[in-house]
Each structure stands twice: as C-alpha cells, then as structure tokens.
Design a protein around this ligand. Sequence first.
Ligand code: ADE
Length: 256
Amino acid sequence: MRIDILTLFPEMFQCLLVPGIFERAIERGMVRVNTHNIRDYTHDKHHVVDDYAYGGGAGMILKPEPIFEAVESIKSDIYKEEVNSGELPVILLTPQGRPFSQQIALELSRHACLILICGRYEGVDERVRQHLVTDEVSIGDYVISGGELAAMVLVDAVVRLLPGVLGSEDSVQNDSHTTGMLEYPQYTRPAEYRGWAVPEVLLSGNHAEIVKWRREQAIWRTLERRPELLDKTELSSEEKKLVDRLKNIRLGSAIK
Ligand code: ADE
C-alpha cells in the first residue's frame, strides 16, 4: 500500500518510523508512506499557505491552490507507477468528517493507495472539500490542533490490517471492534498475583470451554461498557438468550 500525506508539518510523521509494527511493515515493503509539505506547492516568495476568511471571522483558512496542486502532482505520480491503483481515495482529516471506525479502517485497507490531507488553522477552503476530496474522516467528537495526529491514527489502524503486518492473523480477528464487540479479558503468567487468580477455565486446557468463556466475557464486557454495539453484532440464539439473562442480572442489581 502507498500512503501519501499532505501536511504543513511533515516532521511529525517521523514517529511512524520508531521501532514497532510500522517499522516492520515499511522495511518489508508492505507499506510506503510519503509526506509532502503543502508549502512546497506554493509559488510566492514567502510560501504562504493560508489567508483570511472571506466575510471576516477569526483564524486563517488554508488556501486551495497548493493543496490542489499537491494532490494533482501525487496523483500523476501514482498513475505512472501504479497502473492498477483503482479508485483513489483523497481523504481530508477534519472534525466534520464521518466518524472513524474499525469498519472504515477495513474498507480503506483494501485500497492500493491513499492520499490524506491534514487540515490546520481554522479550516480549509470549501472548494477543496467540494472538488478534490472524496471522503472526510474524523477521529472523534473533539478538536485537535490539526489533522496530523488524526492521520497517524488512521494510518496505524489501516496498516495493521494489511495481510502479514501483524505476527499472527489471529490478533486482528479477535481485536475489539473487529468482532463487533469488545475483546474478552486477557491474562498471562503468573497464575496468581497478589492473591488474584487467573480464571480456572483458562488453565484447564479445554479449548472448547475457553472459546465459550471468552465469547461470554466479550458479550458481558460489551453489554457493560458499550451496549449499543451488541445491536449490530451477529449472535447465535443461545447467545441472545445469554444477553437477555445478563440484562436481567444487571437490571436486578440496579433495582437493589
Ligand atoms: N482535526 C482536528 N480535529 C480533528 C478530529 N477530531 N478528527 C480529524 N481531524 C481533526
């Protein structure tokens, strides 16, 4: 996968190179991340990238010209080297975008190339939204200083889904949100720590029982913390009964 990121702060993306999942993916050639400084696509002496808002108001707006030119230049480079680049998403990171999710990460991981635009200042000229970007993504209902950290979140979530990037495919399969539910509790050695014992079933060696216990724990945890997720999760009829039972237990303890 090739990811091109437009930003005023390319140096922020150095942290993607620190040892970890990402470094391995880059070294193995599974992903290539190119950062582009929007300022390099200006033509004036002072490399101005922003300007006052028409109609007045506080804050500066990112100008359209350098962003259009940067994306067009990147696209022509991609088309030269990736004949089969397919549909090419151009994603603006903005608090106004669609809420990022595991589902969107999965959807984006199927593309050969992504172009990400990190917004800054008070916003981006609306014509960038209307005529250049194909998608807008928000990482949550809060405002951060710019799209850079949001882009890193998106890139991390997408890259770890690429086949072969994680050690074991299993770790993606069981991730919280991949299953539609939160993940079950995990334990490692020692079997007892400060008097707190690991649940016996996990030490039993009975694989079927462990799978059952984990699934029930995932359901229980999701019901407690994010009950709305269960409405979208496929459950067997037995699991549905379990949910009803757990709901009743919860209701019972709430009344007490
Ligand atoms: N830029 C500023 N806040 C953001 C957010 N919540 N998501 C994506 N980009 C942003």
